[in-house]
Design a protein around this ligand. Structure first.
Ligand code: PBG
Ligand code: ZN
Length: 327
C-alpha cells in the first residue's frame, strides 16, 4: 500500500493513541542502581564529575537505598572506595573491606533487597590495574585466583549476585567452580562480558579512585573497533557458566547489545556508564537540553536495542519519571 492510502502519521494523532501503539517501555523493575560506598560515618560526598551522585558511608547508603526502594528500585550494584590497597590486590578478600561490610549491613537493613557485588581488584591495587601485575602487565591466572577468593568473601558477606568486571580469561569458569565447591550453587554470575576499553569510564575512576597510575586497560578490555570479538567473549562466558551477560558501555555499543540479543538467550544487561551519565548532566547544566527527556530517550534506546536490564546512575530519576507518567 502506498501514499495516500498509507499514512504513518495516522497513529501519531494524539497521546493516548501514541501510547497504545508504543513498542518499548522501560520498567522500574529493569533498573539496577550503582552506589559507591566508603568508610566513615555520615559521609555523603558529591562526586565532582558526576553531579547528584555521591560516595557514601554505610549509614548514608542506607538512606539512599530507602529513597530508591520507595520508588520501586530494589537492585543495587555496590562499588567500594577502598582506603586499603596493596601491590597485588590480595587485600580485596578481607571481610573487613568496605564493600563486604556495606553488603552485610544493607542485607540486614532490607529484607527484599537484591545486592550485586562488582568483583574486581582495581579498587584494591595501589597501581589501579584490575589485577596483579607481572612484568608490567596484569597476570591473568594469578588474578583469577584472587578473584575467586574475593567472590567467596563477597558471597559470605551476603552478596546475591557476583559481577566480575575484570575481563580476565577463564574467570567465569573458575569462579563458578569455586562458588559451587563452597556450596554456593545458587549464586548467579553476571559477567561483564563485552567490556570495552572506554574513555567513558573517566568519572567512575575519579569516584572509585581506581584509575591506572601507568598505562591503560587495553591488554584486558575490548578494543572499540571490534564486534566479532565481543561475540566470542559472550560465547565463552555462556559456555563457562555465566547466568547473565553484560555489554558496557551502552550508548556507543547499542549495536553490540543487539548482537548479544540475537546470539544469546540469557538475560542481557547494559551498563549506562559514568561518562554517559555525566554527559547528560553537563548538557543540562549548560541548558543545552531537557534533562529528563534526554535521560528517557537514552534509557529507552538501550532497551530498544535489546537490553533486558539496565544499570544506570539515572535510576532514581527514571523511576520518578515513570511514576509521573503513569499518574
Ligand atoms: C572496574 C569498573 C569500571 C567500571 C565498573 N567497574 C571502570 C574501569 O574499568 O575502569 C565502570 C563504571 C562506570 O564508568 O560507570 N573494573
Ligand atoms: Zn577493575
Amino acid at each position: 500500500m502506498n501514499f495516500p492510502q498509507t499514512r504513518l502519521r495516522r497513529l501519531r494523532q494524539n497521546k493516548i493513541l501514541r501510547e497504545l501503539v508504543s513498542e518499548k517501555k522501560v520498567d522500574i523493575k529493569d533498573l539496577i542502581y550503582p552506589i559507591f560506598v566508603c568508610e566513615g560515618n555520615n559521609v555523603k560526598k558529591e562526586i565532582k564529575s558526576m553531579p547528584d551522585q555521591y560516595t557514601m558511608s554505610i549509614d548514608q547508603a542506607i538512606i539512599k537505598c530507602e529513597e530508591a526502594f520507595a520508588l520501586g528500585i530494589k537492585s543495587f550494584l555496590i562499588f567500594p572506595v577502598s582506603d586499603i590497597k596493596d601491590e597485588t590486590g590480595i587485600c580485596a578478600v578481607s571481610k573487613n573491606n568496605i564493600q563486604q561490610k556495606a553488603i552485610k549491613k544493607l542485607k540486614n537493613e532490607f529484607n527484599e533487597i537484591l545486592i550485586i557485588a562488582d568483583l574486581c581488584n582495581c579498587a584494591y591495587t595501589n597501581h589501579g590495574h584490575c589485577g596483579t601485575l607481572v612484568d608490567g602487565d596484569v597476570d591473568n591466572d594469578l588474578t583469577v585466583k584472587n578473584l575467586c577468593n574475593q567472590a567467596i568473601s563477597l558471597v559470605e558477606s551476603g552478596a546475591d549476585i557476583i559481577a566480575p568486571s575484570d575481563m580476565m580469561d577463564g574467570r567465569i569458569k573458575e569462579i563458578r567452580k569455586k562458588l559451587d565447591s563452597q556450596g554456593y550453587v545458587n549464586i548467579p554470575i553476571l559477567s561483564y562480558s563485552a567490556k570495552y576499553s572506554s574513555a567513558f569510564y573517566g568519572p567512575f575512576r575519579e569516584a572509585s579512585e581506581s584509575a591506572p597510575k601507568k598505562g591503560d586497560r587495553s591488554t584486558y578490555q575490548l578494543n572499540y573497533c571490534n564486534y566479532r570479538e565481543a561475540i566470542r567473549e559472550g560465547k565463552q562466558d555462556v559456555y563457562e557458566g555465566a547466568d547473565m551477560i553484560m555489554v558496557k558501555p551502552a550508548l556507543s555499543y547499542l549495536d553490540i547489545i543487539t548482537k548479544f540479543r540475537q546470539n544469546f538467550n540469557l538475560p542481557i544487561v547494559a551498563f549506562n556508564v559514568s561518562g554517559e551519565y555525566s554527559m547528560v548532566k553537563a548538557m543540562s547544566k549548560l541548558n543545552w537540553g531537557d534533562e529528563i527527556n534526554l535521560i528517557m530517550e537514552i534509557i529507552t534506546s538501550i532497551k530498544r536495542a535489546g537490553a533486558d536490564i539496565i544499570i544506570t546512575y539515572h535510576a532514581i530519576e527514571v523511576a520518578k519519571q515513570i511514576i509521573n507518567e503513569n499518574q
